[in-house]
Ligand binder design. Structure first.
Ligand code: AMP
Length: 420
């Protein structure tokens, strides 16, 4: 099987790494990729926001399957353009990708499907902000309705900070969602979907805040681990029954079946799991740990989803636990410092994100999240030790990472994110 992966982050590096293990995958291509993916796949330059350009690369490569990593091309209709041209694609149509592209659309789908989620109000002008915040109790949850690279959400006990975020989002031209705060540990559950059937992967937990102990602003994600030793018994079955299956039925009944990766971001509340967001693609950094543990050949699985043949798929897993730690550039999640040389980034398990080769062929930083180090172990403690040993071998001036990824779980505690 020849596969073209679209994207350039550690998620795509992880996808290539897992696809490489599939004996039926013979030829891998990546558009555009990064310095680390060069060892696994042939690179093709592309602007991932441009569906026509992605289709152009596919025409050149002639893949049996295209796997689209990031949300922006999906929301922009890349899967539709590719399907129109006859390619098999793992990734939802633009109409189905709205489940991530618009949080109010996702709320509407959940309401129609009876999926448990936080109550929310949509705010479209400045005059509505105060009334919406009045309707909530602290901590306030204020979200950008549109795509914001995981950084559009503010959770705060400071009402003025909540109002300021709402004003900033409205100023950028997007509606705002003011949402009920859900207390409890967070879980990310991915499901491979073919429009009718959802096949859930292992639940994982990610760490959104930039600093140890959940301080500082939200990021795209600073680390993750799987599995979750503290997860309630039957969690995956519950989410399949209360979230995944009803959403697939609802999306299909709207004439926009969801085929691709449905990512449910959940809070395990006192009354069971509730959805805080959907994404329409593999999440980064959870993908790095989930795929590291997947034994089922990934190319075959994603091709079955693209062909609508997931009905009798059963997954198998390898290894006991996996931990990933993100190494970020100086000043991330603000404007990151880029162009710094990186050394020690070629060890097995170091996945690249914001990296490129400079004119002399040296690896330099080119984005906010630069590397994502992944390791497995017999348990989370061992996977953690191995991941942090890899982190210690990397040199990048000014870089930072969290030191508490999977720490609570490895010590038998449950990690519950705090507020800023
Ligand atoms: P999102 O981009 O919607 O996943 O939100 C980013 C982060 O904000 C989540 O990982 C949570 O930590 C937090 N968050 C979002 N919505 C809520 C909510 N309703 N209650 C509590 N925390 C939330």
């Amino acid at each position: 099987m020849r596969i073209l992966v679209v994207g350039s982050g550690a998620r795509e590096h992880a996808l290539l790494r897992a696809l490489r293990r599939d004996p039926d995958v013979t030829d891998l291509h990546i558009a555009p990729g990064n310095a680390g993916t060069l060892a696994l796949a042939r690179p093709h330059p592309v602007d991932v926001t441009d569906p026509a350009m992605i289709a152009g690369v596919a025409e050149l490569v002639g893949p049996d399957l295209v796997v689209i990593g990031p949300e922006v091309p999906l929301v922009n209709g890349a899967a539709d353009v590719l399907r129109e041209r006859g390619f098999a694609v793992f990734g939802p149509s633009a109409a189905a990708a709205r489940i991530e592209g618009s949080k109010s659309f996702a709320k509407d789908v959940m309401a129609a499907a009876g999926v448990p989620t936080a109550n929310a109000l949509t705010v479209t002008n400045l005059e509505q902000i105060d009334a919406a915040l009045d309707a909530c109790v602290s901590p306030y949850v204020v979200k950008d309705d549109g795509l914001a690279a995981g950084k559009g959400v503010v959770v705060t006990e400071d009402r003025e900070a909540a109002a300021a975020h709402a004003r900033a989002v409205l100023g950028s031209g997007h509606p705002v969602l003011v949402e009920e705060y859900l207390a409890g540990p967070e879980v990310s559950l991915f499901a491979v979907c073919d429009g009718r059937t959802a096949v859930p992967l292992l639940p994982a937990q990610d760490f959104k805040r930039v600093g140890d102990g959940d301080v500082g602003p939200n990021t795209g994600g600073m680390g993750a681990y799987a599995p979750l030793p503290w997860a309630p018994a039957g969690l995956v079955d519950t989410v399949q029954r209360t979230v995944l299956d009803p959403v697939l039925v609802e999306m299909a009944s709207r004439g926009t079946p969801f085929a691709g990766l449905l990512y449910a971001g959940l809070v395990i509340t006192a009354v069971g799991p509730k959805v805080i967001e959907f994404n329409c693609r593999f999440g980064d950094p959870e993908t790095q740990v989930v795929l590291e543990l997947l034994d089922t050949p990934l190319g075959t699985l994603l091709a079955a989803a693209a062909a609508g043949r997931l009905g009798d798929v059963r997954l198998s897993w390898r290894g006991a636990a996996a931990v990933t730690v993100v190494i970020a550039a100086e000043n991330y999640p603000g404007t990151p410092v880029t162009g710094d040389p990186i050394t020690g980034a070629d060890a097995d398990g170091i996945l690249h994100a914001g990296t490129k080769l400079d004119g002399e062929g040296c690896v330099v930083s080119s984005g906010g999240r630069v590397l994502s180090v992944v390791a497995t172990g017999d348990d989370l403690a061992q996977a953690r030790d191995r991941a942090y040993a890899l982190v210690d071998g990397v040199r990048l001036r000014g870089s930072h990472h969290r030191t508490d990824i999977a720490l609570a779980a490895a010590q038998g505690r449950v990690h519950v994110p705090g507020t800023a």
